[in-house]
Design a protein around this ligand. Structure first.
Ligand code: GAL
Length: 944
């Protein structure tokens, strides 16, 4: 057994740095609940005719599912984060790069009720990421487009909102046909969504800029810039107060400044916080300070945001590599994509925490999030856990839209102490051209304007020596592979800091010891790698032996879907990972662990020791240790002892005999670590091993549960491949599973999963506001079943915008006739080409008749399509408030009337009938009284 590394998970589970409700009244509410989803596109009919063409481009008139009146009654209800690609089938005809999963288009809708008393506040709708091209409408108005699946959409929806019973409709069309990568990118709203409510005078999103600086004399300070927006109706003046709390929570600095903000304009307050006794952020002690900014008007706080940051000095030296707080640090990094077993790219925060914990246990100290911005919560974790991050921009493009994506990344992430490098791109063919150089220069300048404290890099895979190399526009040059160029680059550019930005690309399948390309598997001896790459051992040796190379980023930390290089169908996942898609260790894990972890003595053996039928034949045994010497024993007999080779590892050829193979590591002649592998008996029962003791009952917490088969003595059977059936009941559910088999086509959400080389992983999640127990039962043919009871602890639910149901549709887009003193034909037709005789309107549509002579009638005309469920006569037309006497005409028939002039609601039974219905409301008003349709008109179930 590997000597376990003990890490405190409690220490890692600190709250997010993002703002939560404060006394100022600002709220950041989760909008993850209450969504409706439709898989596949809904295509608008061709627009023909004058009236339809005239209305087509008008604000508020969005067609079909983008609009307010669409019948989504049979859409699927779901919660975010959501990735529909991972729910789909594998299909050999689909794109290998995207893991042979259909992507396509999906629609989401959500209703949002905002109370009348909230009028005056400012509302921002936030999507942390949508794959891939997203279009967003609010109340039928196109409000936003985002053409990257790695960037947030922050949308001011205040102007479009309706209050009270006039529900708001959010519609999102996610088009995942376009791709931004050659790896699995998922599809849909796969990160969190939020609704931020704040005061008219408020701090804009990512508008608190606080990046610590180390001065010439060694003193620390934080220049703070706070960007305010005034969304109100009058110019505002306010005090901005910024405070700094040290890692213990003690207030250590505070400053105030006055600001004036004109109407609908922005203004910035700049303040300097000096720090007396700095407590530095480091990998071992990731100490975080909190910076808060409050906006004070008339003595009261009207807005407040906080962020966490850290004091650390990161320097890249061209000759000696990276230094953190003056101490040399080699970047022991991994590149990672963002999908996990069972859940695709919709990875719960808790599973990200698990993934980063696995990387910490591995001994990694650096992460490159390839090839686009990670979720904000993941960077918060990197800050708390102590990682150095290369934060990478997705699109190499300087057109305004794309440059904004880069600027968004820097604004969002510049406070994170973990972020030490901005990466502009990955492997761009234009990296050695004049245009590429100009683009890089422009992007680097855009970054520097927003953050002058960090170096800019790019992951180049060539062009280092070209006259127009983009390397000339970078602070730190990153090389993907190209080991042969390392020395040459350093000789030619001895003053330019250099790092491997990506290396290795070795192939390994967990638990496999013989490479067989016919079955798409690779042995775990680290012998197989891409022609452009290296073995894990060679790649690290090339980096470790060169002081000028700041470090490396192994391709990759975890397997990911897609890019099954060098294989293809039926292989659907990559095999580059140090760990598989579940975070289960391959041997690469132990190779890097003994190379990267220095102090704690470690030793590990591969392979397993179940080789029945191979008795007497040589088995190649690999021993990995960070000791000085290792000895190997079989059934107590010493087979040999070797000097540890820290780069190559140690090998023994051992004639197989069942029993116990043991390795002992020595330092200074004394045994410091030991491990063994044992021949097991046949599997007799399933075992479920939870990753943690309990789940938080907030509907967000999730936990991987290891599923394995054990023999009669409780030893995990390495080659077990039973098909396991799961039943999850109680206070939560299963959200998916995996087994690390790169060729598995099993349904990741279904009730069964086969063990692959002894292991599978089930991911369970608590229900919202739950407590009690979550029960996992697992059974398989011929094996005793397992039962796992996980406590689910009641915790405060995160601030959430309640899901709003709208089992109705609203009648919109009214036309209003001029008033007439004589009763007109209520079914009077309006010519299709007439845009001007009748007004356009939506409630409230009210009129005051000034004198008796002109008092009279108006016709309100609209068409609507009732929801299918209400087309059978079970619906009513519900006028929430109608003023004046009224006749209700539907398709030329009188269906209801209101005989009183006083304002009142009216319900009229909706006669059965499908398709578009024509509604004409004739309203009679009289002098001195307001008349008209005062509030929404809904088509709803009679029972509502
Ligand atoms: C690199 C690329 C990665 C991945 C890798 C596979 O060139 O940057 O995204 O494709 O190759 O070896």
């Amino acid at each position: 057994m590997l000597v376990a590394l003990v890490l405190s998970t409690a220490a890692l589970a600190a709250p997010s740095t993002r703002a939560t409700p404060t006394e100022s009244g600002r709220e950041r509410l989760s909008l993850d609940r209450g969504w409706l989803f439709h898989l596949g596109d809904i295509v608008a009919p061709e627009v023909k005719g004058h009236g339809a063409s005239y209305g087509y481009g008008k604000a508020g008139f969005a067609w079909g599912p983008a609009g307010t009146t669409y019948d989504d009654g049979d859409w699927r209800a779901l919660s975010l984060p959501h990735d529909w690609a991972v729910e789909g089938p594998f299909d050999a005809q689909e794109n290998l790069a995207q893991g042979y999963r259909p992507r396509g288009v999906g629609w989401y809708r959500r209703y949002l009720r905002i109370e009348p008393q909230e009028r005056g506040r400012q509302f921002e709708l936030q999507f942390d990421a949508i794959a891939t091209h997203a279009t967003v409408w609010v109340n039928g108005i196109l409000v936003h487009r985002n053409w990257s699946g790695y960037n947030a959409s922050n949308i001011n929806i205040t102007p479009y909102l309706r209050y009270g019973d006039e529900m708001n409709t959010i519609a999102v069309r996610a088009d995942a046909v376009p791709m931004e990568g050659w790896w699995y990118e998922g599809a849909g709203i796969y990160r969190h969504a939020w609704l931020v409510k704040r005061a008219p005078l408020h701090i804009v999103t990512d508008g608190l800029h606080a990046t610590p600086r180390l001065g010439q004399q060694g003193q620390w300070s934080i220049p703070v810039a706070v960007t305010l927006k005034n969304g109100g109706k009058a110019a505002a003046s306010a005090l901005v107060e910024v405070t700094l709390r040290d890692p213990s929570g003690a207030l250590v600095a505070s400053r105030r400044s006055k600001v004036q903000v004109p109407v609908l304009a922005q203004a910035e307050a700049r303040l300097l916080l000096a720090i007396g006794k700095p407590e530095l952020w480091s990998l071992e002690h990731p100490q975080l300070y909190q910076v808060s900014a409050r906006v004070i008007q008339n003595g009261a706080a009207v807005d407040e945001v906080s962020l966490k940051t850290g004091l650390r000095e990161m320097r890249f030296d061209a000759a000696r590599g990276a230094f953190l707080n003056g101490q040399h640090v080699k970047l022991q990094g991994v590149s990672i994509h963002q999908d996990h077993a069972g859940v695709g790219v919709a990875v719960p925060d808790a599973i990200w925490e698990y993934r980063l914990r696995r990387l910490k246990e591995l001994g990694a100290n650096a992460i490159r999030f390839t090839h686009g911005a990670p979720a904000a919560e993941v960077l918060d974790m990197a800050d708390r856990m102590g990682f150095l991050v290369m934060d990478e921009n997705r699109n190499f493009n300087i057109s305004p839209d794309y440059l904004q994506q880069l600027e968004w990344l820097v604004r969002r992430d510049r406070h994170h102490p973990s972020v030490v490098l901005w990466s502009l791109f990955n492997e761009e063919p234009m990296q050695s051209t004049e245009a590429g150089y100009e683009m890089t220069r422009t992007m680097a300048a855009a970054v520097k304007t927003l953050d002058a404290t960090r170096p800019v890099t790019a992951a180049m895979n060539g062009g280092f020596f070209a006259p127009y190399s983009v390397a000339h526009a970078l602070d730190v040059v990153g090389a993907n592979y190209q080991v042969d160029a390392y020395d040459k680059f350093h000789q030619q550019f001895p003053k330019v800091p250099f790092t491997s930005s990506e290396d290795t690309s070795a192939f390994m399948t967990r638990g496999v010891y013989t490479t067989d390309q016919r079955t798409n598997v690779f042995a775990s001896y680290d012998d197989d790698y891409a022609s452009w790459g290296n073995s894990h051992r060679d790649a690290w040796e090339a980096i470790a032996r060169r002081p000028f190379v700041a470090g490396g980023f192994v391709w990759t930390g975890f397997d990911y879907r897609g890019e099954p290089t060098p294989n293809q169908w039926p292989a659907v996942n990559s095999v580059f990972g140090i760990m598989d898609l579940n975070g289960f260790a391959k041997n690469a894990y132990y190779i890097h662990q003994v190379q990267w972890i220095k102090e704690q003595p470690l030793v590990h053996i591969a392979p397993h020791w179940n080789w029945a039928g191979r008795e007497g034949s040589d088995i190649r045994v690999m021993v990995m240790s960070n000791g000085e010497r290792v000895a190997l024993l079989l059934n107590g007999q010493k087979l040999g002892e070797q000097q540890v080779d820290p780069y190559r590892m140690n090998y023994f050829m051992v004639p197989y005999a069942a029993g116990k193979l043991e390795a002992i590591a020595y330092r200074g002649g004394r045994p410091v670590a030991r491990t063994s592998v044992e021949t097991t008996g046949p599997a007799v029962r399933i075992e479920l091993v939870p990753d943690r003791e309990a789940l938080r009952g907030d509907g967000r917490d999730a936990m991987p549960v290891t599923v394995r088969a054990v023999d009669a003595q409780g030893r995990a059977v390495p080659l077990a491949d039973a098909e396991v059936h799961f039943a999850v009941t109680g206070a939560g559910l299963s959200i998916g599973h995996g087994n690390g088999d790169p060729t598995s086509h099993e349904d990741e959400k279904g009730p069964t999963r086969r063990l692959f080389n002894g292991l599978a992983q089930l991911i369970v999640q608590s229900f919202d506001s739950s407590s009690g127990e979550l029960l996992v039962e697992a059974c398989a043919d011929g094996l005793a079943p397992a039962r796992l009871v996980l406590p689910v602890r009641a915790v405060a639910t995160p601030p959430t915008q309640p899901a709003s149901e709208a089992p109705f549709n609203t009648v919109n887009y009214w036309r209003i006739s001029p008033s007439s003193s004589r009763r007109p034909d209520p079914n009077l037709l309006l010519a299709d080409f007439d845009m001007n005789t009748w007004e356009y309107g939506d409630p409230p549509m009210l009129h005051d008749y000034q004198d008796a002579a002109h008092a009279g009638y108006r016709i309100f005309r609209a068409s609507f399509t009732p929801r299918k469920k209400l087309a059978d006569g079970s619906g009513v037309l519900h006028f929430l408030r109608l003023a004046g006497r009224a006749e209700i005409w539907l398709d030329g028939q009188l269906i209801g009337r209101k005989d009183d002039f006083a304002p009142a609601p009216l319900r009229v039974v909706l006669p059965a009938g499908a398709g578009t219905r024509q509604l004409n409301v004739l309203i009679e008003g009289r002098q001195g009284q307001t008349s008209g349709i005062e509030s929404a008109v809904r088509i709803e179930p009679a029972q509502h």
